[in-house]
Design a protein around this ligand. Structure first.
Ligand code: PGA
Ligand code: ZN
Length: 431
């Protein structure tokens, strides 16, 4: 039984309002959770309820979502006998009543759902990852650090959103994060040496203006070497170009195209854009490519999966939106071989876990993710360990809302001792 449920309008890492929920259970156990927010969001994501009052926070206030938690949601679930997480989440989904959680807000529902998971963990005297999945042993993930930011996450001229390094040749998570952060520092020194800007973007990676998108990859490879590691052997590259943001719909029945909006304005047909990725994958040690094609280009995604789906990991983010029904359609149409997992794309813990299980049952990998607007909440660290997803992306080597997740994983690794194993290269599809 939940005996108390409150919510508060707090701030995320971009200084935008978000929802925090606090739950107390009968017996006194408590749980708190904060909801993150995306910038390059998928069209089919569950709806974040914003006040749209231009007088407050430029319309981004969440007082309505907070009021929904303290009003309608509280009335429906306070002092009710709840069987488990799924019982609560199904009640929240039914109460909202819309397919995309637009009435009460996915931000309202998810804050309650996550806070309940934490309260149950406290009541059971378990760490959160064990509350989400009680197992004899666990896998610690390879962290993929987004050390160079572009696209909608940075005010530079780089078109592609995320250039990540994955330190997979390590015995432990702690060693992997050390290698990654050493490389982050080597990259900073390299940028300085070249006279480039070393300020960071939304996810804590550097955000310099560069001569080309290719130069971003070259800089990462040079930084890996400078830090004393072997590109491709110790540390490989992962990319999220966030191609939905580059897609221009075709007019009058014409096919759409991709455009490098921030740099050259060069355009590509779907087939040409896939060719670009095929050539990058043949030139560089890239083991994971997320959203190589846009969410509205299912035909392009099919072509892309035929070309690269047996070589590297192809992750669907915007195209699947952590939604089990959409993922099922993607599986049926042979699109991608991995799914990005973001709690707030779907809006409850139970549905997130359902998407993970659907992926597992169909041989798709799961890549767990933060959002570009984050908070100090470290739920995704525990979620990654609970699901055994084996890899996650949750920022770079700076900004505490990102580092908080890495620190939580370091604590979990210590706590697990012999019951935890570092995933290594096997975490990546086709490796
Ligand atoms: P977002 O970006 O959180 O701004 O949506 C992350 C991503 O595209 O993976
Ligand atoms: Zn993405």
């Amino acid at each position: 039984k939940i005996t108390s449920l409150t919510a508060l309008e707090v701030l995320d890492s971009r200084g935008n309002p978000t929802v925090e929920a606090d739950i107390t259970l009968e017996g006194g156990a408590t749980g708190r959770a904060l909801v993150p927010a995306g910038a390059s969001t998928g069209e089919k994501e569950a709806v974040e309820l914003r006040d749209r009052d231009p007088q407050r926070y430029g319309g981004l206030g969440v007082q309505k979502a907070v009021a929904n938690v303290q009003g309608e949601i509280s009335q429906a679930i306070l002092n009710q006998e709840l069987a488990d997480q799924a019982d609560l989440d199904h009640r929240l989904i039914a109460l909202d009543g819309t397919p995309n959680k637009s009435r009460l807000g996915a931000n309202a529902l998810l804050a309650v759902s996550m806070a309940y998971a934490r309260a149950l963990a406290a009541a059971n005297g378990k760490p959160l990852y064990r509350q989400l999945a009680d197992q004899a042993s666990y896998v610690l993930p390879v962290p993929c650090l987004n050390v160079l930011n572009g696209g909608r996450h940075a005010d530079n001229n780089v078109d592609f959103q995320e250039f990540m390094i994955a330190s997979h040749n390590a015995p432990t998570f702690a060693e992997s994060i050390r290698m990654s952060v050493e490389t982050f520092h080597a990259l900073k020194a390299l940028l300085k040496q070249k006279g480039y800007y070393t300020g960071v973007g939304d996810e804590g990676g550097f955000a310099p203006n560069l001569k080309s998108n290719e130069e971003a990859v070259e800089l990462l490879l040079e930084a890996i070497t400078k830090a004393g590691y072997r590109p491709g052997t110790d540390i490989s590259l992962c990319l999220d170009p966030a191609s939905s943001e580059l897609w221009e719909k075709g007019k009058d029945g014409q096919p759409g195209q991709y455009r490098l909006f921030k740099s050259t304005q060069q355009t590509f047909t779907s087939a040409q854009f896939n060719d670009l990725w095929v050539s990058w994958v043949s030139q560089y040690p890239i083991i994971l490519l997320e959203d190589g094609m846009g969410e509205d280009d299912w035909a392009g995604w099919q072509l892309h999966t035929q070309a690269l789906g047996s070589k590297i990991e192809l992750v669907g983010d915007d195209i699947f939106c952590t939604n089990p029904a959409i993922l099922q359609a993607g599986i049926d149409q042979h699109i991608a071989n991995s799914v990005l997992i973001k709690l707030n794309q779907i809006g409850t813990v139970t549905e997130t876990l359902a998407t993970v299980r659907l992926a597992q049952a169909n041989g798709y990998n799961q890549f767990v993710s933060h959002r570009s607007g984050e908070t100090e909440d470290t739920f995704v660290a525990d979620l990654t360990v609970a699901t055994g997803a084996g890899h996650l992306k949750t920022g770079s080597g700076s900004r505490s809302e990102r580092i908080a997740k890495f620190n939580q994983l370091l604590r979990i690794e210590r706590e697990l001792g012999g019951a935890g194993r570092f995933a290594g290269i096997k975490a990546f599809k086709n490796q």
